[in-house]
Design a protein around this ligand. Structure first.
Ligand code: TYM
Length: 337
């Protein structure tokens, strides 16, 4: 069992990242150790340069994100925590896979369509080939499981397509790459914006009121939940009654995921009650669950030397694990080194 996943160090860690992915990283950390496997978690700083960015912010955000992940429970002794930029094999393998990835496959990626918007001609080449780097990220380590939110599913399917074609075209009868399985949490696959139940909660939303950051203090969380978009109806007593009520469904989903219970259990408690009663309960739950993470983060982020040491040692271990697969890929392609 080899678990690999990444997060872009752009801005703050938010509730969507936490419930959709990071919480699963932490949970799988114990599982993988028990099975004698290894978890690798990285900051996708090479992906972050596919969009306009400020270099000093990227460096600062990379360190902050390490602190945030450790505060969430990633243990750098048990898991390998690193940033792509310190493991050149990611960029190397991306190029080796670029001969296999097809233009048509990349053209179908919804994230590229969303992020390039109306100005496709002005989008960077990196934004277009981004999913090939993501494929390299997981194939490099022979990942068996990749815990992600729903929005990354298409990228992982592409990684499998690339692996399969590479194995067929160049494997010479044996597989160079393992086909990775996405692990998507059923309850929190897609946490939506607090301002719009049709948009996912995202770092790039210009309104900070649209998301709960893991660094928000209690007052901010209370204010954001109070202002969250909802509707005038009381909550239904069954999940089926949430159909067509995107904002209500999202808030109930967040409560369920944070409390570790099903939406049905949330509604059996709050069914018939309005948002005047539900929102304060949700805000209190969020504050209670996030406070310890918040406190650990505030501590860890101060110690830049310790954060750099975590990344350095993680990268060293990652480079060792990456080497055999990178060599196998060069050899399979007939590249003389
Ligand atoms: P990123 O940085 O956008 O998000 C990190 C993780 O958080 C999940 N996520 C969400 N889950 C539920 N609801 C949401 N609103 C929400 N927003 C984000 C994402 O699905 C993701 O799991 N391309 C990736 C980073 C990456 C990667 C990889 C992931 C690079 N290489 C290899 C896995 C494997 C990204 O931009 O995620």
């Amino acid at each position: 069992m080899r678990i690999v996943s990444g997060i872009q160090p752009t801005g703050n860690l938010h509730l969507g990242n936490y419930l959709g992915a990071i919480r699963n990283w932490v949970a799988m950390q114990d599982d993988v150790a028990a099975k004698g496997g290894q978890g690798l978690y990285f900051l996708a700083d090479l992906h972050a340069i596919s969009m306009p960015h400020i270099p000093a912010d990227l460096a600062a955000n990379t360190r902050e994100m390490v602190a945030a992940l450790v505060a969430c429970g990633i243990d750098p002794a048990r898991s390998i925590l690193f940033n792509q930029a310190q493991v050149p094999a990611h960029a190397e393998l991306q190029w080796l896979l670029s001969g296999t990835a097809r233009m048509g496959w990349l053209s179908r990626m919804t994230q590229f369509k969303d992020k390039s918007g109306k100005n496709r001609e002005g989008a960077s080449i990196a934004l277009f080939t981004y999913p090939v780097l993501q494929a390299a990220d997981v194939l490099l380590y022979q990942a068996t499981h990749v815990p992600v939110g729903e929005d990354q599913k298409q990228h992982l399917e592409l990684a499998r397509d690339i692996a399969q074609k590479f194995n067929t075209d160049f494997g010479g009868g044996s597989d160079v790459f393992t086909l990775p399985e996405p692990i998507i949490p059923p309850e929190a696959a897609r946490i939506m914006s607090l301002r719009d139940g049709a948009a996912k909660m995202s770092k790039s939303d210009p309104s900070d009121m649209s998301r709960i950051n893991l660094t928000d203090n209690a007052d901010t969380i209370m204010a954001k939940v109070k202002k969250a978009k909802s509707d005038p109806e009381p909550l239904p007593s069954e999940p089926a009654g949430l159909a067509g009520r995107a904002e209500a469904k999202n808030l109930v989903g967040i409560y369920a995921a944070m409390a570790g219970i099903s939406p049905a259990a949330v509604l059996s408690e709050f069914g018939g009650k309005g948002f005047g009663a539900f929102k304060p309960a949700l805000a209190e739950l969020l504050v209670a669950k996030l406070a310890p993470i918040n406190a650990r983060f505030a501590d860890l982020r101060q110690d830049r030397a310790a954060l750099d040491a975590i990344l350095r040692s993680g990268a060293e271990r990652a480079r060792t694990l990456a080497a055999p697969t990178l060599t196998a890929a060069y050899e399979a392609l007939g590249l003389v080194r």
